[in-house]
Design a protein around this ligand. Structure first.
Ligand SMILES: Nc1ncnc2c1ncn2[C@@H]1O[C@H](COP(=O)(O)OP(=O)(O)OP(=O)(O)O)[C@@H](O)[C@H]1O
Length: 251
C-alpha cells in the first residue's frame, strides 16, 4: 500500500466503502466480483480505479454510485449508508448528490448543449447557480456552443457538455466511467485536465474508472483492483508508474 494522500488527510472522506462484497449469481456459478473492498475518497480528491480486465472496476463504481446493489458491506456518502436505502431514496440520492460522466456522453439529442447541462438541475427542482454555470461553461470552452444540438458538436465538445452537466450542481462526488474512451488523445487530455482542475480548484471529488495509464496519470491517486480486492495504490502517479504496477498485477 502507498502512503495516504497527504493533501487531504485532514478532511473526512466523502465516500467510504467498508467490507464491500458483490456476488453475481449463486452457488458454483457465482462470481465474487468484489471480495471485501475498503476504500475512502476525500473531498477534492481525483482518484482513478484501475486493474486487469474482470478485476471488478465497473462493479465497484456501480455499487459506489448506487447503480448496482452490493451483496454485503456498507457505502457511506456523507452520513448516508446507501446500502440501506430503498430504491426511491436511492434514485433521489443519485439525482441530488452524485454526478455521472459516461464514455458515451448520454446527451439528449433534441436539446441544446445549454439545456442538456441544465436539465438534471431543472428536473431536481434546484435553483440554477448562474455564476457557477457561467464559470463552468467558460472553463470548458462551451460559451460559443451553448445553442448547438449534440449532433452538431464534436465528440470532445459533447463530453464537455456531459462534464459540465455533472459538475453544475456541485455533487458530493462525480463518477466518471472511461470518460475519454471515445475521444482522440488530444481531446481526451483536455477533458482530463479539466477534471483535474475541477478537483483542485472547485474541490470536486472525482472517481474515474479507466483502462488507460495515461488517463490515470491525471489523477492524484490510483487504486488498483485484482480479483475483486484492492491490492495497491499510488499517489502522484505517472503513466509509467501506473503501467509498471499494472504489469506487476497482471503477472
Ligand atoms: N451482471 C453480471 N453477471 C455476472 N457476472 C458479472 C456481471 N457483471 C460483472 N460480472 C463479473 O464480475 C467480475 C468483475 O467484472 P467487472 O465488469 O466489474 O470488471 P472490470 O474490472 O470492470 O472489467 P473490464 O476492465 O473488462 O471492464 C468479472 O468476472 C465479470 O465477469
Amino acid at each position: 500500500m502507498g502512503q495516504p494522500a497527504l493533501p487531504h488527510y485532514d478532511t473526512p472522506p466523502v465516500v467510504t466503502a467498508r467490507d464491500l462484497v458483490k456476488v453475481y449469481g449463486s452457488g458454483e456459478t457465482g462470481v465474487r466480483a468484489l471480495d471485501g473492498v475498503n476504500v475512502d475518497f476525500t473531498r477534492g480528491a481525483f482518484t482513478a480505479i484501475m486493474g486487469p480486465s474482470g478485476s471488478g472496476k465497473s462493479t465497484l463504481m456501480h455499487c459506489l454510485a448506487g447503480l448496482d446493489t452490493a451483496t454485503s458491506g456498507s457505502i457511506m456518502v456523507g452520513r448516508t449508508d446507501l446500502t440501506q436505502l430503498r430504491e426511491k431514496q436511492l434514485t433521489q440520492l443519485r439525482r441530488d448528490r452524485i454526478g455521472f460522466v459516461f464514455q458515451s456522453f448520454n446527451l439528449l439529442p433534441m436539446l441544446t448543449a445549454e439545456r442538456n447541462i441544465l436539465l438534471p438541475s431543472q428536473i431536481a427542482g434546484r435553483t440554477i447557480d448562474r455564476d457557477r454555470f457561467d464559470h463552468i461553461v467558460d472553463v470548458v470552452g462551451l460559451r460559443q456552443r451553448l445553442d448547438h444540438l449534440p449532433a452538431t458538436l464534436s465528440g470532445g465538445q459533447q463530453q464537455r457538455v456531459a462534464v459540465a452537466r455533472a459538475l453544475l450542481s456541485a455533487p458530493e462526488v462525480v463518477y466518471a466511467d472511461e470518460p475519454t474512451g471515445n475521444l482522440d488523445s488530444r481531446t481526451g487530455a483536455e477533458i482530463l485536465t479539466f477534471l483535474r482542475e475541477s478537483a483542485e480548484e472547485l474541490r470536486q471529488t472525482i472517481v474515474m474508472v479507466t483502462h488507460d495509464p495515461v488517463a490515470a496519470a491525471y489523477a492524484e491517486r490510483v487504486v488498483f483492483l485484482r480479483d475483486g480486492r484492492l491490492v495497491d495504490e499510488l499517489n502522484d502517479p505517472t503513466a509509467q508508474s501506473v503501467l509498471d504496477r499494472l504489469v506487476h498485477l497482471e503477472a
